[in-house]
Write a protein that binds this ligand. Structure first.
Ligand code: OAD
Length: 270
């Protein structure tokens, strides 16, 4: 057993020790809900329970590649609402930046496509956007990349972008159901063996292969879950710490105990 207990003080004691050098993070939509971006599966507020207006056969269809090829309208409608630029990083995103500034952050694996990690100032080389992002886009038929500015215009004006080469629909490089994950994701998986601490925040851990990362760290590596509800197999290992609640609140408590409260607020306010 590495931790002396299953609470914040025991975790902080470990984080301040020389044994904790490589912190890995796994993030999901719950870290961005306080920025005003809905998550997917929360019962009342999640995207999937609010998609009836888009006339989908089932909610996940909006992110299915075969459905998109037939009808890109629901995705473009959603993209218009979720388009990055409208939203500000949360306290939790500032905490991630702080971990990086303290030279503790090894890799931040995120399922989110909102790019709020980068916007909070987390260095690009520490972020793995496992489900891609809105940063680039291409034609779903011929694969030809499409211009960034033109894409932005189309999404903001709720128009569907078509490939100038072949007329196929253009899709941001977000990983849809039925598509493979980016090569950077696959390449960085072996690093998980170096983890001294894994913190999982704001995810239901329901989507594979991302969810399986939580099982890839060494059995001696403490794992922390910060989430509204208990997910995955958290609690099954002796050094699992489960902190239930809103991630911004828990992150504040954690930073208070770490003595990082002022720095956290400064980062968030600037
Ligand atoms: P989900 O909506 O499945 O899960 C969000 C989790 O965060 C839930 O367990 C919530 O209880 C929790 N949560 C919400 N707000 C929170 C808060 N303020 N503090 C702490 N916890 C909070 O979202 P993901 O796990 O990210 O994939 O979903 C995974 C993937 O499914 C997404 O990347 C997306 C989706 O289909 C693709 O689009 C390919």
């Amino acid at each position: 057993k590495v931790l002396s207990g299953k609470d914040i003080p025991s975790l902080v004691k470990y984080m301040k020790s020389k044994d904790c050098k490589n912190v890995f993070l796994m993030l999901g939509a719950g870290v961005s809900t306080s920025a005003g971006i809905p998550d997917f599966r929360s019962p009342e507020t999640g995207l999937y329970s609010n998609l009836a207006r888009l006339n989908l056969p089932h909610p996940e269809a909006v992110f299915e590649i075969n459905f998109f090829r037939r009808n890109p309208v629901p995705f473009y409608t959603l993209a218009h609402e979720l388009y990055p630029g409208k939203f500000r990083p949360t306290i939790t995103h500032s905490f991630i930046r702080l971990l990086s500034e303290k030279s503790l952050l090894h890799t931040c694996f995120t399922q989110n496509i909102d790019t709020l990690e980068r916007r909070a100032g987390v260095p690009d080389d520490k972020i793995i956007e496992a489900h891609g992002s809105f940063a680039t886009q291409r034609c779903v038929d011929c694969g030809e990349p499409y211009d960034d500015e033109k894409m932005k215009e189309h999404i903001l004006e709720k128009k569907i972008a078509k490939c100038p080469e072949c007329g196929g629909y253009v899709k941001p490089d977000i990983v849809f159901f039925g598509e493979g994950l980016p090569p950077q994701f696959i390449q960085s998986l072996p690093n998980l063996r170096k983890a001294d601490l894994l913190i999982v925040m704001g995810t239901s851990l329901t989507v594979q292969p991302f969810a399986s990362l939580a099982g890839m760290v060494d059995t001696t590596c403490p794992r922390v879950l910060i989430n509204l509800d208990r997910v995955g197999d958290f609690g099954s290992r002796s050094d699992d710490v489960v902190l239930l609640g809103k991630c911004d609140d828990i992150v504040r408590d954690l930073c208070k105990e770490l003595g990082w409260e002022e720095e956290l607020n400064e980062l968030w306010e600037t």
